[in-house]
Ligand binder design. Structure first.
Ligand code: N01
Length: 538
């Protein structure tokens, strides 16, 4: 915990409390403490830095963004020091990187780890945030910044009989350090990005693997090849241009998005482009780098989906299994990529259970029983069932703004958010990756938001302002804009966490600004450059 800085805010313990030690929290500590001289305190429930990458230690965990752009861009020194061997970074490599960043800037001294924030209450009298933890402590601060993670509150369905199971149960997002999969009968529930990765990693080591699939998925190869020293040197030499491109692009993955529509391309051209993308690898590349209209035109979407479906029938030897693995819905979830996913089902030690056709009835002491009565004997069950995404971590904390208004009440019909960072009645409160922020490779969006938040706080301090919050009209207009943009795409037509469809009881609402990072940067920059006309100041 930091002791050396002095608090500028009168009557407060700290100038800012920052929750989270992932990409967002760490960069916020650096910006506010080291660049602006504020006294900050960070909390994280984990034992150390890393955020998402601290918890998601399941075998096969890898980022699907290429190594050279899955990192901070703000420091030339850090960029030149970067080390990677393959096109994509594994979880241990990302965690190492985040530890190096924390060491480099001595960020840990501002954190209290192993501490869960349980409540954040705005005090109308003092104008300060009161932050309470599970250690029974309460601290006050002028600013509250949350880097809680988009995908960190785990979604763990409560199946009947789950407590009777004698084996081990784990969620991928809270991986048990002592997990042993070698030689075991393993079950995996869920086939999203996480499930696909853990399935590929588990199949060769498990005695038997049973995959419980509710929805079949479109999975293209990731293309995770070794990267030569020459390629890495070239990337390092070109970082200025690379980040310029990333920050003005749509999905911020480092490739140029296509401007050519598939709708008007011939079948021959489409197939040649899709085949080249299949060989190249990359999920976002397949969806956004091949043609410009796969996420917006049903014709283009059908073409891309048809190409992947044909690959499934070519790869999977048993036609009945190939049929089960063939998606029934459109190609409009967050795109998945992994090497040889469908090939896993050619292995003798892998069984695919279609739990849409034959749902899980219950856990038994020795495994899982389906409604048909079919029994799967298991030693370990891995829940790759995803997250209560975006607002899940916000509604789990007792958050209260002006007049005691609760976030749970404000967001009962779905999360709201201005610019993906602020909410009405919550003064001096800034969310990193809050609702209605960009849908991209996340580190560049996180950096964008942290820089905007830090500039806003700098303005507040320079002008001696007491508080800032958005007007309701501005917030509503932003949410409406996000809805309009999302409805121009096919994404709302697929049931996925992007619209909250994966969590039981959660309403299907817009949670992202889908017009890309370049446009997002323009929009939030305009608010700042226009003198924060959409804000209420005290
Ligand atoms: O979670 P998901 P995830 N019974 O929600 C199934 C990021 N990420 O952890 O599709 C049976 O996508 C559910 O079925 P269905 C990335 O942004 C990135 O995989 O709802 N099944 C689905 O198959 C990603 O998008 C990386 O029918 C149940 C699965 O569980 C996000 O995290 C790696 C069920 C959940 O899929 C989330 O991915 C990993 C039930 N009751 C994660 N409930 C990379 O960078 C849910 N399911 C590569």
């Amino acid at each position: 915990m930091t002791k050396s800085e002095t608090t500028k805010t009168k009557g407060a313990d700290y100038d800012a409390v920052i929750i989270g030690a992932g990409f967002g929290g760490l960069y916020s500590v650096y910006k506010l403490r080291d660049e602006q001289g504020l006294n900050v305190l960070g909390f994280d429930s984990a034992g150390d830095v890393g955020g998402t990458w601290y918890w998601n230690r399941y075998p096969g965990a890898v980022s699907d963004t290429e190594s050279y752009v899955y990192r901070y861009s703000f420091s030339g020194e850090l960029l030149q020091k970067g080390r990677w061997k393959t096109r994509y970074l594994t979880q241990p490599e990302i965690l190492d990187y985040m530890n190096e960043v924390a060491d480099h800037y001595d960020l840990r001294r501002s954190y209290q780890f192993g501490t869960k924030v349980t409540a954040t209450h705005f005090d109308d009298v003092t104008g300060l945030w009161k932050v309470t933890t599970d250690k029974g402590q309460t601290v006050t601060a002028k600013y509250l910044i949350t880097g809680l993670g988009l995908l960190s509150a785990v979604n763990k369905p409560n199946f009947k009989g789950i407590d009777s199971f004698k084996g081990q149960i784990m969620h991928t997002g809270a991986w048990a350090q002592d997990a042993q999969l070698e030689g075991k009968r393993v079950g995996v529930i869920g086939t999203g990005s996480t499930g696909v990765q853990v399935i590929i990693a588990t199949a060769p080591i498990a005695k038997h693997l049973t995959v419980f699939q509710r929805s079949a998925q479109y999975v293209v190869p990731i293309g995770n090849t070794p990267q030569s020293a020459e390629v890495i040197a070239e990337q390092k030499a070109n970082y200025d241009d690379i980040w310029k491109q990333v920050k003005s692009s749509v999905v911020a993955f480092g490739f140029e998005e296509s401007t050519i529509p598939a709708e008007t391309a011939s079948e021959e051209v489409r197939n040649a482009v899709f085949e080249a993308a299949w060989q190249r690898g990359g999920g976002f590349y397949f969806m956004f780098g091949t043609f410009c209209d796969i996420a917006t035109s049903q014709i283009a979407n059908d073409a891309a989906a048809g190409f992947i479906k044909k690959k499934i029938t070519e790869i999977v030897k048993d036609p009945a299994i190939a049929k089960m693995l063939t998606p029934k819905d459109i190609y409009a979830k967050r795109p998945l990529c992994a090497n040889n996913y469908y090939g896993v089902y050619n292995r003798d030690n892998v069984t695919l259970a279609d739990v849409k056709a034959d749902p899980i009835a219950e856990f038994t002491p020795t495994g899982i029983r389906l409604e048909s009565g079919a029994e799967h004997e298991l030693d370990v069950v891995i829940f790759a069932t995803g997250f209560d995404a975006v607002d899940g971590n916000y509604t789990r904390i007792d958050m209260r703004g002006r007049g005691g208004v609760t976030m749970r009440e404000k967001w009962k019909d779905g999360p709201l958010g201005y610019l993906g960072m602020m909410e009405t009645d919550f003064p001096n409160f800034f969310m990193i990756l809050g609702p209605n922020g960009p849908f991209t490779n996340l580190p560049p969006s996180i950096e964008t938001q942290v820089e905007w938040i830090a500039e806003t706080i700098e303005m507040m301090e320079a002008k001696g302002r007491v508080s800032i919050e958005p007007t309701e009209a501005a917030r509503d207009e932003w949410v409406g804009l996000c809805r309009t943009i999302a409805d121009m795409t096919l994404f709302p037509k697929a049931e996925s966490w992007i619209f909250g469809a994966n969590s039981p009881g959660k309403k299907n609402v817009v949670m992202f600004y889908m017009a890309g990072l370049g446009n997002y940067r323009g929009a939030i920059g305009a608010v700042k450059d226009g003198g924060y006309q959409t804000m209420i100041f005290d």
